[in-house]
Every structure is written in C-alpha cells, then in structure tokens.
Design a protein around this ligand. Structure first.
Ligand code: GLA
Length: 397
C-alpha cells in the first residue's frame, strides 16, 4: 500500500529536468469519535499505510507548477498572485495549502511539484488531508520553516475550509501530520492536546470500502449535518450556562433544550454528546486491554451515526451488519464523514483472513458490489515520516 517514492522522484526528474525532494503524508482511519471535531470534541483516529508523495524542486520563474501523476494533468499559477480562486479539481488541495501557508506568513519562491497518491478517493480515508499535509511538508521545507503541529494542521485545515470550501474539522489534518506508528491518537479537538494509545497486539484494524463514494465539498450531507449541529449547539449554549460547545454538554443539558430546537438538531446533537462519551469510554477500554468492550462501543457508535446523525447509507449498513456477524469481529462501524465510504472493523488477528473473505463474498451477494478490504496497522504521520528520513540520512553519514 505504499506509493513508490523512488518512481515519483524519477518521474519528477523526467518531467521537470531537475532533481526534487520527496515528502510523504499518510491517510487516516477514525476508530471512534465521528463529527465531534468541529464542536471541540474528542476523536480517536490513526494513520494508515496509504500515502501521498509530494516531490518539490525550486524554479526561477516565480510559478508554482503542480503535476498530478494520478490525474495526468498540470496546473500552474504565479506564487505571488495566489488568491482564493478554486477550480473544483485536485489542484485546489495543493494550491489551497500554498495559499493558507502564505496567510501564515510562510513565503516561498517558484517551484515544481509532482504529487502521487494511493489513497482511495471519496472513501472516508482523508485523501484530501493526505495531499494537503504532503504539500505543506514540501513547502515548509522549501521555505526553511518548521511549524509546530498545531499550526501545520490548522493551516492545512484552512486550505480545506476556505480554499477548497469543505467545512471540515481539524481531526484529519492533525492525525495525518502527527500520528505515530503502533499507536492510535486520542485528540482533544479544542485544546489540540493528544494522547497516543497502544492497540492490543492480537487485533487488527480492517477497513472495508463499500465503494459508495462521497466528496465532502460536494455532498450536501456534511454541510447540512454541520448546520443542524451548530443550530442545536447555539440553543444549548444560550440555555445552559457553562456550555460553550457541545463538548461541554451532558445529555441532560441537551434534553432540557429539546423543545427549543428542531427534531433534526436534537438528534444530531445527541449523537455528538453520546459520541464524546464513547471516545472517553473507548480510551478506558483500550487502557484495560478490553477489546470486547471497545468493539461494543464501536457498534453503538454505528447505530448513533445511522439513526441519530443519519449519515450512513444502505450499503454501509449492510457492510456493518455482515461484518458484525463474523467470528472474531469485535466491532464494526462507519468511519469518516459518512454518506458512503468505508467501515472500520476490529478483528481478532487470526480471524482476519476468513473475515475478509466472508465479508467480501456476502456483501457482493447482498449488493452486487465488490468491496475492497485492507488490513491496517497504525502508521506514522508526516512529521514522524520526515523524522525517519532525517534519521536515515544521519545514520548514513
Ligand atoms: C471528515 C472531516 C473531519 C470530521 C469527519 C467526521 O473526515 O474532514 O473533520 O468531521 O469527517 O468525523
């Protein structure tokens, strides 16, 4: 599942006639804590082995030339005149980062950049954050600037929110930048404090792609849900002293305000409030090594995403249902923004192969769709990957 970095460097050279320098950023899967990030809540994602590689070489003419090997097309703009003018295509994610870093005061000269990724698109695995963070790593190196993770992730989120126009939270960019291999990351999306948590050795994280695609900027669903959540949050904030964000609200707070908000807002907010509690409970289960409990919490999280948040779809529900019935599956749920995409499953290590075979076969029988499944281990984020590259170079001296 790894993009061939050497091949990308070679193709950059063939195309632009100069050697470039390569930077990588992974994709992510969220174990639990869905749609909690933009109300200051808790999430528990991990990075996975899919990656984007960004190769950069300087150029003299002040142009930023982006080439996507995946799409086979190029887009160029004058670095000095990058404004908020998105084109509704792949280049927005990279140009958006150039724009967002400029807002942060990070100035660069002209450059050529080759991008290549193997992250499945529209699958809820953060292909966009992967492109953003890989681009940012390359640009920051070129500028000779080292941003702390909070500013790096925030700049990439700005690219997504303001340039691309998808009003997402901070989870994806933060974990894609800051994850560490063998660990899940519990992130407090308000303080941006995080804790790295080990997963038990005898379980595997299996991602199953329903093959139903979504794109956050297109799908009305994400923005609609966010609107419903924010409307409900506003009511709770007004009515309950001490509640600044849903993060601070208890179920009792929310219930006390139920008749002052729409039924939709109430259900969306109930998902958020219960989901924050589930992240806390999952952490405790992980620290106890209690996979059974963790799996039960995942199942409850799926029901909440499906019924209260209304962000699942028939195919994904079928995939979760099939997975939950397999031997050795502790828990299964939709992951990411929703409305399609992938499920995340916690499976006993020695049952993984049978699990994948059975799920693919039964899902095909039920829907006619061939799902793709990936067995994942928690991977390094972009900062750790860069540190690894530096360490390898130091070691070679
Ligand atoms: C997308 C967004 C995240 C988060 C999730 C849902 O991945 O980019 O910020 O809101 O959906 O948990």
């Amino acid at each position: 599942m790894k993009v061939d970095e050497v091949r990308t460097l070679e193709e950059h050279f063939e195309r632009f006639g100069v050697e470039g320098k390569a930077f990588r950023a992974p994709a992510r899967v969220n174990l639990i804590g869905e749609h909690t990030d933009y109300t200051g809540g808790l999430v528990m994602p991990m990075a996975i082995g899919f990656q984007t590689v960004a190769v950069l070489s300087p150029r003299e003419d002040g142009r930023a030339v982006f080439y996507s090997q995946n799409y086979g097309t190029e887009f160029a703009v004058d670095v000095a005149s990058v404004g908020l003018d998105r084109r509704g295509e792949w280049s927005d994610y990279a140009v958006g980062v150039l724009w967002a870093l400029a807002q942060e005061g990070v100035a660069v000269g002209g450059f050529s950049m080759t991008l290549r990724g193997d992250v499945p698109l529209g699958a809820g695995l953060s292909s966009s954050a992967s492109v953003e963070v890989a681009t940012a790593m390359a640009l920051l190196d070129y500028a000779g600037v080292d941003l702390p993770i909070e500013r790096l992730a925030t700049a990439c989120r700005r690219a997504e929110n303001e340039y691309v126009g998808a009003k997402t939270g901070i989870m994806d960019q933060f974990v894609v930048a800051g994850a560490v291999a063998h660990r899940a990351m519990m992130l407090d999306c308000r303080s941006l404090e995080f804790e790295l948590l080990p997963l038990p050795e005898d379980v595997r994280v299996v991602i199953c792609n329903s093959m139903v695609k979504h794109r956050l900027a297109d799908v009305a669903g994400y923005g609609d849900r966010r609107g419903e959540v924010e409307a409900g949050q506003e009511v709770v904030r007004r009515e309950r002293p001490g509640v600044l964000q849903l993060r601070d609200a208890t179920l009792a707070d929310l219930e006390a305000c139920a008749d002052k908000m729409s039924a939709a807002s109430f259900h969306r907010c109930r998902h958020i409030v219960t989901e924050n509690a589930r992240v806390v409970d999952s952490r405790a289960a992980l620290l106890r090594g209690d996979v059974v409990q963790f799996g039960e919490i995942m199942k409850a999280a799926h029901v909440s995403m499906r019924d209260d948040f209304a962000a699942s779809c028939a195919e994904v529900d079928t995939l979760v249902e099939i997975a939950s019935k397999q031997a050795g599956c502790y828990g299964a749920r939709i992951t990411g923004g929703g409305f399609g995409g992938c499920t995340v499953n916690l499976v006993q290590a020695d049952a993984t192969e049978d699990f994948v075979t059975a799920v693919v076969a039964r899902y095909r029988t039920a829907t006619g769709i061939s799902a793709e499944c990936f067995v994942c281990a928690p991977a390094d984020g972009a900062l750790a990957l860069r540190a690894g590259v530096l360490a390898a170079k130091d070691g070679a001296k």
